[in-house]
Design a protein around this ligand. Structure first.
Ligand code: P5A
Length: 445
């Protein structure tokens, strides 16, 4: 993309309404625009990161064997009356009535809708296990929408639902989701710690939240710092292997890590004092096992091999897809702007032309642009007729991990400069080498 043709409405001033750094940078980098309280339009740069996050979520869901579907945002209240949650959900639910006066709602989550699909089409235990998921907009009329997309009213969620024959099988699904989420967040450059939590409106006893440590997080968390040394990495996991998934889940849930809702001071005090940490955290996901809560209420049964009808055991599993943008920025920025992890960056590499209109500089930039594009990457070429200072400031603000700077002086010696946004380190090298280096970095991801 050439910046002269792009839509990147960068703001010079800090927007007064933004109280935390991620909100401030998302507005300043022209990623989002508030439409009304807690509701945002996604501008091109923000949308690119959102789509990258979705892509990683989809790839990791496929790896775990989960099947994508898409359910409507507007749901019938009747389904929610069956589960009893039409009243329970309270004022957070946006209630709508259609022209016939029928009660509808904008879905805050989809347990009822997916249970209805299941009961209409699945009859036999032979069709289990089954996990369906979607990435779809949700609406919750939060009392205090704040921090931009971090606590929105309209927000994008990945929501998955497992259907299993019994408790043991459903716990395997729970563990499988935990394992899959660990890898998902790491690919986004995040350390998200699974913490024992409270199940709230979803119901059930077993639940973990995934928290990214950040001073601006809304949750208070207590943890054993040993967990910070744990990396999931690029290991091969057999997601059908019950013991393997259970083992990984156990490893990750053994060090003490709880939110304030389930915090147990006596247990916490058993952790060696120097490893006992209290912090704030951003909840980027939550997994639940709630047994037969919805299947019993809504008649989602299967016939077993002995001919009995039994309600299926279920759980649901959510990732805050839009919130993740905020969490990533909170975890990765400096005073100049965002520092995107390579896995989610909106463009792979920036190209800055220090002297637009100079034949040699223009040609070198075009050459780099063509080489990176031919290798399947998306460069962002700042081809505007602007001062170098302004170009650097915008590039630092939008946070692309790599930048190639091209100017007549360097070109006289046959070199351009490759700079890492994270370390600020710059190395001079011939343009072909700079392009090859960037290509190699992304090929290794
Ligand atoms: C699990 C999937 C559920 O809704 N039902 C379907 C279960 N869980 S949850 O914890 O309530 O939400 C899942 C994740 O969505 C994000 N989230 C939000 N993001 C932005 N703004 C909000 N107002 C908001 N509310 C929830 C969180 O990341 C949460 O973990």
């Amino acid at each position: 993309m050439r910046l002269s043709r792009y839509f990147l409405p960068v703001l010079k001033e800090n927007p007064a309404e933004a109280k935390i750094v991620s909100h401030r940078y998302m507005l300043r980098a022209g990623m989002i625009k508030q439409a009304s309280a807690g509701i945002y339009s996604w501008l091109p740069l923000g949308l690119k990161v959102l789509r990258n996050i979705e892509r990683i979520v989809n790839e990791e869901q496929a790896r775990a064997g989960h099947i994508p579907i898409l359910m409507p945002t507007v749901q019938s209240a009747d389904l929610w009356r069956e589960s009893g949650r039409f009243d329970d959900f309270g004022a957070e639910m946006l209630r709508i009535s259609d022209r016939h006066g029928r009660d509808m709602l904008y879905g805050p989550t989809n347990e009822e809708q997916v249970t209805d699909i299941f009961r209409s089409h699945v009859n036999s235990y032979k069709d289990l296990p089954l996990t369906l998921y979607q990435i779809q907009w949700k609406f919750r009329d939060e009392v205090r929408p704040r921090f931009g997309i971090m606590r929105g009213r309209e927000f994008l969620m990945k929501d998955g639902y497992n259907f299993d024959i019994d408790y043991d099988a459903a716990i395997h699904s729970y563990n499988r989701h935990m394992v899959s989420y660990l890898r998902t967040y790491e690919r986004m450059g995040l350390q998200a710690i699974p913490m024992r939590a409270d199940s709230g409106a979803m119901g059930g006893d077993d639940t973990h939240e995934f928290l990214v440590l950040a001073d601006t997080g809304e949750s208070e968390v207590f943890y054993d710092s040993a967990i910070l040394d744990m990396k999931f990495g690029d290991r091969d996991v057999d997601f059908d292997n019950v013991e393997e998934c259970a083992g990984i889940a156990k490893d990750w849930t053994t060090p003490y890590a709880r939110t304030d809702e389930t915090h147990d001071e006596a247990l916490f005090n058993e952790v060696p004092e120097e490893r006992r940490k209290t912090s704030r955290g951003i909840e980027v996901g939550q997994i639940f096992y709630f047994g037969t809560k919805y299947s019993e209420a809504m008649g989602a049964n299967v016939v077993t091999d002995s001919g009995d009808r039994v309600p299926v055991h279920m759980g649901s599993h959510g990732i805050g897809v839009s919130r993740l943008l905020g969490a990533i920025i909170e975890a990765s920025h400096d005073d100049k702007g965002i520092i995107w992890p390579e896995g989610v960056t909106p463009f792979h590499c920036g190209i800055i032309n220090l002297k637009q209109g100079d034949d040699e500089a223009d040609a070198a930039c075009e050459g780099l642009y063509a080489a990176l594009t031919a290798a399947g990457l998306e460069p962002l070429y700042d081809d505007r007729n602007e001062r170098a200072g302004g170009k650097f400031a915008s590039m630092d603000l939008i946070g692309l991990p790599w930048r190639i700077t091209v100017g007549p002086r360097g070109l006289k010696n046959g070199v351009v400069e490759l700079t890492s946004r994270k370390t600020g380190e710059s190395v001079e090298m011939p343009p072909e080498e700079a392009a090859a280096k960037v290509v190699a970095i992304y090929a290794a991801l």
